[in-house]
Design a protein around this ligand. Structure first.
Ligand code: COA
Length: 269
């Protein structure tokens, strides 16, 4: 169901709200009474919404945030995945780990920028979602933590792999092995988020960032995202080859000609 509102519309299942306007899709994790914990239905709904955003040529960026004023997401739904763990190794990997890893990989791999707007607690899987996103803004009340060790397992949605790449091995292991939360300013200082903004300004700033990116060629944006994300996990030589491939894909396009021509005509005038 979609309800038209001005230039946009709202829709979505109860656990995930979707609002689209001006080429930006705002997705809101909507289980505030459970601190937006990611149960399987929410993970699946979010993955499906990202697939939809990828396929829709009108969508230029995705913003992901949490409902309520306490949490972005307190992580995977412990009550639910406890049953998968009880069921044994194969169900635990299939239903819990691979599902969550699939979600963070989707966020990381989307050809359109995903901006997470972290409006509060980002613990466990909530933190891993923020790690996977190419861009992240935090409000003053955001807090990040890796509490999985308290539950007796390592972070399972990519957190042992992306966090060290993002903030360095020792800082990552400091968070992973102690489970101590860090605040928004510290998260910015160590490179976990791009910027910290006032609580009320969070979505406005996320929209402004999305609009800045949306001014550029979608194909060039996708090429930048692919080049950085793929290259990050490759050797420097492989990374340079990836970069060259992404550049080569732009050479036959109008976008590169328009961009260069716009610059040259400004200089000539
Ligand atoms: N999974 C399932 N339910 C969760 C949850 C999670 N990850 N995190 C919070 N909730 C639920 C609580 O069970 C509670 O539900 P209830 O009111 O029906 O009892 C509700 O959300 C509010 O949480 P509560 O613990 O009462 O809030 P708090 O302010 O006392 O504590 C946290 C906040 C984040 C410190 C605490 O909820 C917590 O430690 N959550 C688990 C975080 C975690 O380990 N995440 C990693 C999972 S892999």
């Amino acid at each position: 169901m979609a309800v038209r509102r001005g230039g946009g519309y709202r829709s979505g299942m109860a656990n995930l709200l979707r609002e689209a306007s001006d080429g930006v899709v705002l997705l809101t994790l909507n289980r505030p009474d459970k601190l937006n914990a990611l149960d399987y239905a929410l993970i699946d709904a979010l993955s499906a919404a990202l697939d939809q955003a990828e396929a829709d040529p009108d969508v230029r960026a995705v913003i992901l945030t949490g409902a309520g004023d306490r949490a972005f997401s307190a992580g995977a739904d412990i009550t639910e995945f406890a049953n998968s763990v009880e069921a044994g190794m194969e169900p635990a990997l299939r239903d819990f780990v691979r599902r969550g890893q699939g979600l963070t990989r989707r966020i990381e791999n989307l050809s359109k920028p995903v901006i997470v707007a972290v409006n509060g607690i980002a613990f466990g899987g909530g933190c891993e979602v923020a790690e996977a996103a190419p861009l992240a803004l935090a409000s003053e009340r955001a807090r990040f933590a890796k509490p999985e060790i308290r539950l007796g397992f390592p972070p399972p949605f990519g957190g042992t792999q992306r966090l060290p790449r993002l903030i360095g091995r020792k800082r990552a292991l400091g968070m992973i092995l102690t489970s101590e939360p860090i605040g928004a300013r510290e998260a910015q200082r160590i490179g976990l988020v791009n910027a910290v903004v006032e609580d009320e300004a969070l979505l406005g700033e996320a929209r402004a960032l999305a609009a800045q990116i949306a001014r550029h060629s979608p194909a060039a944006v996708a090429a930048c995202l692919r080049s950085v994300t793929r290259g990050l996990n490759a050797s420097i030589d492989e990374g340079l080859a990836i970069e060259a491939t992404q550049f080569a894909a732009m050479v036959p396009t109008r976008d590169i000609r328009d961009g260069i021509r716009a610059f040259l005509s400004r200089r000539a005038s």
